[in-house]
Design a protein around this ligand. Structure first.
Ligand code: HXC
Length: 260
């Protein structure tokens, strides 16, 4: 595998899957500006690596990410707070629109900005030990890395309001029930199960996957008719790219072989 490890991130690429592991376990992988910029640079690098087809984001130790770094936030001026929020938005929109799928593997505490980061990913798997929530209101702030919007889109307005107003931590199984995570695994199986899904994705056409992601993400912001028009654009783009030819031919030939 190729390593692209940075100060706060362990990056390992094996068989076309990049595992990006947040690595500040002493502060439960809290996000400061430096870590956010490293995530941004790493995502750019991985997106531009032809050998990377899926990215898995996870954390070292007992947290995925326990939120934005409270030490960095406590003395921010209103303008600096806005800049910090904007930096998070920039990085999370990058992940949200990245050409390759990004799967979040929630290995533990996934709180505040950590849950916002997880929500910017394409989907989430969780360890049974994961705990999720938005504790911001207990600190006198609100989610500032897209949580008010990404959460509402992922699992509805009323559940989002409940999580934000109460600040309650929910278990992985509760998160599964409200659609916040797609699947829950025993803690020790989380990475193996996530890697199996990554390998399943890799069998499919990378062009089709990135066009589908773009159609889903961009279409979501539009009205239905406009979104369907957009879908036709991307469907047509598959034919312009021609990646379907070999795969459709192989399908039909396999059928013929089996009938012999
Ligand atoms: C800075 C943090 C941190 C954080 C934990 N630590 N979370 N440091 N920012 N978000 C540090 C602790 O201070 C502690 O440092 C060390 O990590 C280990 O944490 P403990 O509290 O000792 O662990 P534990 O008792 O197991 O409790 C785990 C926990 C708790 C329940 C997750 O750490 C916690 O409540 N953390 C804060 C969670 C939170 O409020 N997150 C939302 C932040 S607001 P020491 O030095 O004591 O060992 C946010 C806004 C996003 O995310 C938007 C911004 C624009």
């Amino acid at each position: 595998g190729v390593g692209m490890t940075t100060e706060n991130l362990l990056v390992e690429v094996t068989d076309q899957v990049a595992v990006v592991k947040m690595n500040r376990p002493k502060v439960l992988n809290a996000l400061n500006s430096e870590v956010l910029k490293e995530i941004e640079a790493t995502m750019t690098q991985l997106e531009n690596s032809p050998e990377v087809r899926v990215i898995v984001l996870t954390g070292e130790g007992k947290a995925f990410v326990a939120g934005a770094d409270i030490g960095e936030m406590k003395d921010l001026s209103p303008q600096e707070a806005r800049d910090f929020s904007n930096l998070g938005h920039r990085v999370f929109i990058q992940i949200h629109t990245l050409e390759v799928p990004v799967i979040a593997a929630l290995n533990g505490f996934t709180l505040g900005g950590g849950l916002e980061l997880a929500l910017a990913c394409d989907f989430r798997y969780a360890s049974e030990e994961a705990k999720l929530g938005f504790p911001e209101a207990s600190l006198g702030i609100i989610t500032g890395f897209g949580g008010t919007q990404f959460a509402a889109r992922a699992f509805g307005l009323s559940r989002t309001k409940e999580l934000i107003y109460t600040g309650e931590m929910i278990t992985a199984h509760q998160a599964l029930n409200c659609g916040l995570v797609n699947r829950v695994f025993p803690h020790d199986d989380l990475m193996a199960e996530t890697m199996a899904v990554a390998r399943r994705i890799i069998r499919n056409s990378p062009e089709a996957i990135s066009l589908a992601k773009e159609a889903i993400v961009k279409g979501y912001d539009l009205g239905l008719r406009e979104a369907l028009e957009l879908e036709s654009d991307y469907f047509s783009a598959c034919f312009a790219l021609g990646a379907h030819r070999d795969r459709m031919k192989a399908f039909l030939e396999n059928r013929k072989e089996r009938k012999k």
